[in-house]
Design a protein around this ligand. Structure first.
Ligand code: IVH
Length: 710
């Protein structure tokens, strides 16, 4: 389908709307990337996620001048989470384009032929292999010895999981004598169904949360700081691709797989070399038919051009190789009854309708709820309470509602009336801004749902990470007036010791669990600066942006002061389209940080204009010891320097360049000013290169930059 057919609404999109939607998509996709890659807990289905990416691409195609430096089309996955060391991949870890039907496969082979200039009668050998539903991993061997393993992360930088991966029995520690000095092997770590079931059984018995599927279980098991936990999980791995190689290995993918097997890796036994597209599709159907009997999850078949020299020539586009494609299996579907539509209110007041279903098993998982996303989605599908609906899971956690089975609709059914007021006691109006899909409760700080969600966010894993303060506890403390804001958490023990009804007497609590909770809270009285920023729950400020701000401003006092000044400047200049420089110095500094545009800056200034927020921040400042973010390695040539990348880079993507610069202690900015130290210009650089010259800032070619940092 062409993008304009899939998103007809884009036809009337204005440039201003496009900018807002691209900003929203960048932060939304980033959030989902993190949920998937770092927390192993995706919130939307793969299909929904792909749709968001396609929407982003479609808008960018219409407004190419608005492609953001942090656009999802330029990045893969999410940056690594804290806790593990970082590994910069010597070759980026790519992702794959998808094919959904036979035509897409024909088109893929056609594209390969055209690109290589092959005639119709020349055979294009394709290797077909099952697409394993696990997590990709890169193993590095030097002089035949296993030295490192890393997760994919954002494709450029992953997490160092060397010790964890060493526990996987499928992985040889040494390669044969014919191995080149440097060999990187990529593959998929996965968990077998029987191990998955056993693990969840044990977790259930121990009262722990169960994993939603084997993929999440594998990811969760690998990313354990305690390696003995990984060792106990019986993870497996299939090897299928190469990263850096100091010398070529074989001249085809088939030969590479044979060599991998020879070195002792597990290569999927269903991998097959095909001569024609018809053969490829035959294998696809055969693998699909046998799928249910396999002891592990697969979600499609990957096709790879066999010849290495052709792979080389085909190269890659944005984040995927031109020589490979993933042919996905259709999602598993089932019918059930939608009993009720309930409303959830998020931290920022976003109103999300949720379908409560008559529980049903789809693809081996019992499903009781599905998200309905928003009002437009409900209207588009005309979903009503009492309807029989088709739901689907595509290897994902939260299922989607595909359509309503209209023949089964009860005669008395009524269209769903989207609420006009928040379900909270205040019944504040629900407002939907023009051009936005999300409706929000206008109660802001007064809405109890939002207050509870803010506290939940504050204590969540990536923020303050306070054990023992889950959804239930936060809600109970809130309802009893014990914790109304994040500040109250740190006064809990003091207030509780004077309470008439102390916590240890509450149902479900005892002396031991109360002591444990207080210890968990005490452990967070000292907190990393970026976690504090993230924990405040400011709209559009995800972990990455929080880290960026922490790094840029250094310490809480400086940041607080700068934000307060920026907020004052913004309040004096409410005109939206104004250039940041004209608004004020602090505001412009903020907008100039690479990846922070006007829309993020406005969220920050809005937050700092709200007295209630300032009061909370002050309360936290008084109670907490906020650790300054550790400065990255200071002994590199570019440490502490501000760098701007402009134009098209050849040896690396913009994201890769940025990650590398930051890992060396440089600050990367989006625009050139007097404070810029270096402007690195790629091909077709425009106004930034010129501005650098005008301001007398050092301009470097990509080569010069590379020399400087190596
Ligand atoms: S090849 C340069 N082969 O699918 C090509 N990937 O959607 C890199 N995957 O990131 C990937 N089975 O995690 C390849 N037989 C297979 C695979 C496979 C599973 C995963 C891999 C990749 C993702 C892309």
């Amino acid at each position: 389908m062409k993008p304009e057919d899939e998103f007809p609404e884009l036809e009337s999109l204005t440039a201003e709307e496009a900018a807002t939607r691209l900003a929203d998509l960048a932060s939304e996709i980033d959030r989902h990337d993190k949920a998937y890659h770092q927390k192993d807990a995706p919130e939307i289905s793969d299909a929904e996620y792909d749709r968001l990416r396609r929407l982003n691409t479609a808008i960018e195609a219409q407004f190419p001048e608005m492609i953001r430096s942090d656009s999802p089309s330029r990045t893969i996955g999410a940056a690594p989470a804290a806790g593990f060391g970082k590994v910069t991949h010597s070759r980026p870890m790519l992702s794959l384009d998808n094919a959904f039907d036979d035509d897409d496969v024909e088109n893929f082979v056609g594209r390969v032929r055209r690109f290589l200039g092959l005639s119709e009668d020349e055979t294009v050998e394709i290797v077909a292999e099952p697409k394993i539903d696990g997590l990709s991993i890169s193993l590095r061997y030097e002089d035949g010895k296993y030295v490192q393993a890393a997760t994919r992360g954002d494709g450029a930088v992953g997490e160092n999981v060397t010790a964890n991966v060493a526990t996987i029995s499928d992985i040889p520690k040494t390669l044969g004598p014919n191995a080149p000095a440097v060999v990187e092997i990529r593959g998929e770590v996965y968990m077998r169904h029987d191990d998955f079931a056993a693990l969840n059984r044990t977790r259930e018995e121990n009262g722990q949360a169960v994993f939603a599927n084997p993929r999440n279980a594998a990811a969760g098991s690998l990313r354990q700081l305690d390696v003995s936990v990984t060792a106990s999980r019986n993870l497996k791995m299939f090897a299928y691709a190469a990263g850096e190689l100091s010398a070529p290995v074989g001249d085809s993918h088939g030969a590479w797989l044979a060599q991998l097997e020879d070195w002792g890796f597990s290569v999927n036994p269903q991998s097959a070399v095909c001569q024609t597209t018809a053969d490829v599709l035959k294998i696809y159907r055969a693998i699909g038919e046998g799928r249910a009997e396999l002891p592990y999850d697969i979600d499609g078949v990957v096709y790879k051009v066999n010849r290495h020299d052709w792979q080389e020539r085909l190269g890659m586009v944005s984040r995927a190789p031109r020589w490979a494609i993933a042919h996905k299996f259709p999602a598993e579907q089932a019918q059930t009854i939608l009993e009720k539509i309930t409303i959830q209110v998020g931290r920022t007041g976003a109103i999300t309708p949720v379908a409560n279903l008559l529980p049903i098993t789809v693809g081996g998982v019992v499903v009781g709820r599905a998200t309905l996303h928003n009002e437009d989605e409900i209207r588009r599908k005309d979903v009503r309470e009492g309807d029989t609906v088709v739901i689907q899971r595509a290897g994902d956690v939260i299922p989607q509602i595909v359509r309503v089975v209209e023949e089964k609709r009860p005669p008395s059914s009524q269209p769903f009336a989207f609420p006009t007021v928040c379900p909270c006691d205040l019944q504040t109006p629900v407002i939907r801004q023009e051009g936005e899909v999300v409706a929000r409760c206008s109660g802001e700080l007064a809405c109890p749902y939002q207050q509870v969600e803010r506290i939940r966010h504050f204590v969540s894993r990536d923020a303050f990470d306070i054990d023992g303060l889950g959804e239930k506890q936060v809600k109970a403390f809130f309802d009893r007036g014990l914790v109304r804001t994040p500040v109250d958490i740190f006064d809990l023990e003091a207030n509780d010791s004077n309470a008439l009804d102390p916590l240890k007497r509450w149902e479900g609590w005892g002396e031991k669990s109360v002591t444990k909770l207080y210890a968990a809270i005490d452990a967070r009285r000292s907190i990393a600066f970026d976690r504090l920023i993230y924990g405040l729950g400011i709209r559009q400020i995800g972990q990455a942006t929080a880290r960026l701000l922490a790094r840029q401003y250094g310490d809480l006092g400086t940041w607080h002061n700068a934000m307060a000044q920026a907020a004052a400047e913004r309040a004096d200049n409410p005109d939206e389209m104004k250039k940041p420089e004209l608004v004020g110095e602090h505001y412009a500094d903020l907008c100039n940080i690479d990846q922070i545009g006007i829309s993020v800056a406005d969220e920050l200034t809005a937050f700092f204009s709200e007295p209630h927020n300032l009061e909370i921040l002050k309360g936290l400042e008084e109670r907490l010891d906020v650790e300054t973010l550790e400065a990255p390695a200071a002994d590199t040539a570019v440490a502490g320097k501000t760098v701007v990348f402009t134009g098209t880079l050849i040896t690396m993507t913009r994201g890769e360049a940025k990650a590398k610069a930051e890992s060396l202690g440089a600050k990367v900015s989006g625009s050139v000013s007097k404070k810029t130290d270096y402007v690195v210009v790629g091909a077709d650089a425009g106004s930034k290169a010129k501005k650098a010259q005008d301001l007398g800032v050092t301009v470097l070619s990509e080569d010069e930059w590379q020399t400087m940092i190596t």
